[in-house]
Design a binder for this molecule. Structure first.
Ligand SMILES: [Cu+2]
Length: 71
């Protein structure tokens, strides 16, 4: 399963790695990639991961999820 997230607040590669680490720590997430230029992240998981869990993890890291879509 795969979800795309729009992320607010990222300005540099450190932000990118903070967000990537935060997403990878969410239970069920197998992999996370972050595209700094487009302010997007994509996560892959075997089982469904709730939008709330993803938003919370990103918020704790200091950034915001401005949108989530499943694809
Ligand atoms: Cu930064």
């Amino acid at each position: 399963m795969r979800k795309s997230l729009s992320i607010g607040g990222m300005t540099c590669n450190h932000c990118k790695s903070h967000v990537m680490e935060a997403l990878r720590k969410v239970t069920g997430v197998k992999s996370a990639t972050v595209d700094l230029a487009n302010k997007k992240a994509v996560i892959e998981s075997d089982s469904p991961v709730s939008d709330e869990a993803l938003k919370a993890a990103v918020a704790v890291a200091g950034y915001t999820v401005t949108g989530i879509s499943e694809n």
